[in-house]
Design a protein around this ligand. Structure first.
Ligand code: C5P
Length: 310
């Protein structure tokens, strides 16, 4: 048995997030198109005897106790496979936190994949993804990554053709984070009258909603059409609450990106370009237009992989 593994855990952006109904479990029925990007945390796992779980992270705002999703992932695996041992987890944080980029979910996905390897369990992707779904809605996607359609809570995944030729300029105010439960609850308060009420209406919304045009562009391998069909229902509640995020999105659009959108529940916004040099130029122009040390701007590329062994 090898006793140390280093894994790369990519962030995701939502090319589409459509809320179509309520679920009996209190979550929402979603239609999402998720995309992995080159921005990634690095997660190192080291074998420990007994059943200890230790967690270290170089970011001061990341909790290192049992509330951390990566810690919860290790605990879940120990419960499923008792007697396999403990683990020391070290997270090198590159993905901004509370950003709508699934940073915490990516770390948890890396722990599931890494412990499967360390403990020689031979779990299938489906088995790993069902453990992942118990921990959070975005974690199954973080395991397989790439470009995918996500239905249900976000855990019913269908892989889509790779879009890895596009670039995304990410922009986020460091001091700002949005609580995902707040965003969904506020959406429910304002828009639940329009939710699909039964399985037939849900199916119709899946087939006839905003995803149709985007899925068409992706399946016809027409990446330059993709930026026209970006969509996110949560913008309706987050942008009015955070005018500076709306302003950031407007600025990106004005600088000539192919399309811009907020990712997940925000507050990160992204703008898409065809080449790295366009993305770098737009990042520079955005920095000049909004010279604020609190503003973090990152140039990333779409990527086709989820958790990877380094
Ligand atoms: O599953 P995850 O921990 O990512 O969800 C965070 C919160 O987002 C949930 O507590 C819920 O309020 C909201 N959510 C939802 N419907 C989904 C996914 C998330 O209402 N499908």
């Amino acid at each position: 048995m090898m006793n140390a593994y280093t894994l790369k855990a990519p962030a995701k952006i939502n090319l589409l997030l459509e809320i179509i109904g309520d679920r009996p479990d209190g979550f929402h029925e979603l239609v999402m198109v998720l995309q992995s990007i080159s921005l990634a945390d690095v997660v190192e796992l080291q074998y420990l005897g007994g059943d200890r779980i230790q967690l270290h992270c170089n970011h001061p705002q990341v909790p290192c106790d049992q509330t951390n999703l990566a810690h919860r992932a290790a605990r879940l695996m120990q419960k499923q496979f008792p007697g396999k041992g403990g683990v020391a987890i070290t997270i090198d944080k590159k993905i901004p936190i509370g950003a709508g980029l699934a940073g915490g979910s990516a770390d948890a996905a890396a722990v599931l994949v890494g412990l499967d390897l360390m403990w020689n369990l031979g779990l299938t992707q489906t088995e790993l993804q069902s453990y992942a779904a118990q921990l959070g809605s975005d974690i199954p996607f973080c395991i397989s990554g790439g470009t995918a359609l996500a239905l249900g809570r976000g855990e019913e995944l269908t892989p889509l053709p790779d879009l890895d030729q596009l670039y995304a300029v990410l922009a986020k105010y460091r001091s700002l984070s949005v609580a995902t439960p707040w965003a969904y609850q506020t959406y429910r308060q304002q828009f639940s009258a329009a939710y699909a009420r039964d399985s037939i209406a849900l199916e119709r919304r899946r087939r006839e909603g905003h995803s149709v045009a985007l899925l068409g562009a992706i399946t016809h391998r027409d990446p330059l059409q993709v930026p026209q069909y970006l969509y996110n229902d949560l913008e309706k509640v987050v942008l009015p609450q955070y005018p500076q995020v709306q302003h950031l999105r407007d600025q990106l659009q004005a600088l000539g990106v192919l399309g811009s959108m907020m990712s997940g529940s925000g507050p990160t916004v992204f703008g898409l370009t065809e080449t790295r040099s366009q993305a770098e130029q737009i990042a520079l122009q955005l920095q000049t237009a909004l010279p604020d040390p609190d503003l973090e701007i990152l140039v990333t590329k779409f990527c086709s992989s989820g958790i990877q062994l380094l």
